[in-house]
Design a protein around this ligand. Structure first.
Ligand code: GRF
Length: 214
């Protein structure tokens, strides 16, 4: 069975990237996923250092060096293709991608979004969830399509919104779930239902043991 090559794109701290690298390192069921590179549009992305320290090639393709979105996306796609990546993982990659890029990687470009889509597309999801007064919030792994945060859903995890939550406390609760579900959604995308020893159980995130008041 050949490994599936994944490439991770980050712009910032890269905690989802770290969780993926860590899970792949310690969980034998993820052995057939190979993280071939971590790329960033920003040289100061904290995630790059973590990746290099774990022996993963990193590369910066600075968007500031390109005259427009199209040229940047083409340069980025060329680098991704040079690694022979099967799956492209967006992990806090803060760029709007062109329709050309999305089409080029159609069906193998994934993103994690900090809300239960289709609710709260776009930015500031935790603040907006608090303002809306929802009792359940969460995160979504989805395929990327031309429409923002609207592609087919691969996995979701829900958390309660608790009395006294701040944007920060809610974000932290959601982030902990992001770190659990992303790698397993990638594994499922890579191998589908036929995956030997697919960690399907890991997708069933343990129920949150707090009562949710409605
Ligand atoms: C996460 O909240 C993710 O859902 C969103 O961007 C944030 C990235 O965080 N797409 P990190 O860089 O992975 O820590």
């Amino acid at each position: 069975m050949r490994t599936k090559k994944i490439i991770i794109l980050v712009s910032g701290r890269g905690s989802n990237m770290q969780a993926i690298i860590e899970a792949q390192r310690v969980d034998a069921r993820l052995a057939a996923l190979e993280i071939v590179a971590v790329l960033s549009n920003r040289a100061d992305a904290a995630g790059l250092r973590y990746a290099s320290e774990h022996g993963i090639p990193t590369q910066v393709i600075a968007n500031a060096n390109y005259p427009n979105r199209e040229d940047f996306d083409q340069a980025l796609a060329q680098v991704i293709d040079s690694y022979g990546a099967d799956i492209v993982v967006l992990a806090g990659f803060m760029r709007i991608l062109t329709p050309w890029f999305v089409e080029h990687f159609a069906g193998r470009l994934v993103n994690i979004h900090p809300s239960l889509l289709p609710s709260f597309t776009g930015l500031h999801t935790h603040a907006r969830a608090l303002a809306a007064g929802v009792k359940i919030h969460g995160c979504t792994v989805h395929l990327v399509t031309a429409e923002l945060d609207a592609g087919p859903i691969l996995a979701q995890a829900a958390v309660p919104v608790l009395a006294g939550d701040t944007e920060e406390s809610l974000a932290a609760r959601v982030l902990a779930q992001e770190h659990l579900i992303y790698v397993h959604a990638i594994q499922q995308l890579a191998w589908g239902e036929s995956t030997p020893n697919a960690p399907l159980d890991a997708l069933r995130v343990p129920a949150y043991n707090k009562t949710i008041s409605v």
